[in-house]
Design a protein around this ligand. Structure first.
Ligand SMILES: Nc1ncnc2c1ncn2[C@@H]1O[C@H](COP(=O)(O)OP(=O)(O)OP(=O)(O)O)[C@@H](O)[C@H]1O
Ligand SMILES: [Mg+2]
Length: 355
């Protein structure tokens, strides 16, 4: 359904020097720095999946989505959505896709929401029953009527996002590209938005590509994950597979020994080097162990041998922990796309003006 083949997007940025003389020399020499926002990215997203496009700030998610929605042309490589290259077929592609960019409005700034919808209805040639059905749904779940005849530019962020979400779903698109669709929304509206997208997926088989820094959005919506790091894909598969890459696992237990928490902790951490034991407020102890070093059986056997266990459970590794590790690994000084701070010539400088 969605294919990216060796997709690259580079931006040339004018190197600015401080001060007046600096500005003059910037004008005269026109030195450029190249930022490779998307670096040789290939992936396939099958129809009917709900994929989280995950990556730290600046990883290249929005830039990729801009190419997939036809807003930007790749520097090299290509991508297709339902067989079309979006940047070559913007009009036809627009009928297939629904787009939300939380950071940038897709609506007409000076028009009210009802006027925008009327235009979209004509642009997409939406059949009357579909238009009615969707509008009723948005009235009920997104309280669209409350936005009245206010021009979009005067709406609050949350109000505008309600309109953006509705506009992206209005024509029953086959693919939804939602880039941070829940920023500014309160909990109730976030739930409504999650419900809407899951409903579209269930009833129409909509393919969904979602970016969100709210992990709860990802957990509530997505079944698959595509993780990018400094412009490169570092994981593609199901969300479950991603969770299995967690390098730490946990066991939480309760005991009847009456041993002080500090003693329990010391006994666990001494007996199982490399393991962390953390007492919680309810008297339980959480044991975090490196998955490569211990099996759950080893950890549990140790606990059964040393304590009179009242209860225990093994919580699922959290997406947050997995992502913290992926994001954290790449945080090194320097601005080069491979995250090493080194350029091919090893100087840390990017070649001037090379695009
Ligand atoms: N129009 C542009 N001109 C120059 N550089 C750009 C432009 N758009 C993006 N970049 C750069 O490309 C890189 C990737 O940006 P992008 O917006 O795709 O990241 P992102 O993964 O969406 O991040 P975030 O989570 O913060 O939204 C960043 O280093 C950014 O500064
Ligand atoms: Mg972004």
């Amino acid at each position: 359904m969605i294919v990216a083949e060796r997709l690259v997007k580079e931006f040339r940025l004018a190197e600015r020097k401080p001060g007046l003389l600096g500005s003059l020399s910037t004008l005269l020499t026109r030195r450029h720095r190249v930022v490779r926002a998307v670096d040789d990215v290939s992936f396939e997203i099958p129809a009917g999946t709900k994929t989280a496009y995950i990556g730290a700030n600046g990883a290249g998610k929005s830039t990729t989505i801009k190419m997939l929605t036809g807003i930007m042309t790749p520097t090299s490589g290509r991508c297709t959505v339902a067989g079309l290259e979006p940047y070559r077929n913007r009009q036809r592609n627009a009928r297939t896709i629904g787009v939300v960019f939380g950071q940038r409005s897709q609506l007409w700034w000076d028009l009210s929401v009802p006027d925008s919808f009327r235009i979209l209805r004509r642009v997409y040639d939406i059949p009357e029953p579909v238009y009615r059905r969707n509008l009723d749904l948005f009235r009920e779940l997104l309280d669209i009527d409350a936005l009245g005849s206010t021009p979009v530019r005067q709406l609050s962020l949350g109000q505008r996002m309600r309109a953006e979400i509705a506009a992206s779903l209005l024509h029953d698109p086959a693919v939804l590209f939602w880039d941070e669709p829940t920023i500014g929304l309160d909990m109730v509206l976030k739930d409504a938005v999650r419900h809407l997208v899951n409903r579209a997926h269930r009833e129409l088989g909509t393919t969904v590509v979602l970016t969100s820094h709210d992990i709860a959005d990802i957990a509530a919506i997505c079944d698959s994950a595509l993780v990018v790091d400094h412009g490169r894909v570092v994981h593609q598969g199901t969300l479950k597979d991603l969770l299995r890459t967690a390098d730490h696992r946990s066991v939480v237990f309760d005991h009847r020994d009456g041993t002080a928490a500090g003693t329990v902790r010391a006994r666990v951490e001494t007996g199982l080097p490399g393991v962390r034991a953390t007492p919680d407020d309810g008297g339980r102890i959480r044991v975090d162990y490196p998955a490569g070093r211990y099996t759950s059986r080893q950890v549990l056997t140790f606990l059964l041998d040393h304590f009179d266990l009242a209860d225990w459970y093994a919580p699922e590794p959290g997406l947050e922990d997995v992502l913290r590790r992926i994001y954290g690994r790449a945080r090194v000084p320097g601005d080069t796309p491979d995250g090493t701070g080194r350029t091919p010539d090893g100087t840390g400088r990017t070649p001037d003006g090379a695009a």
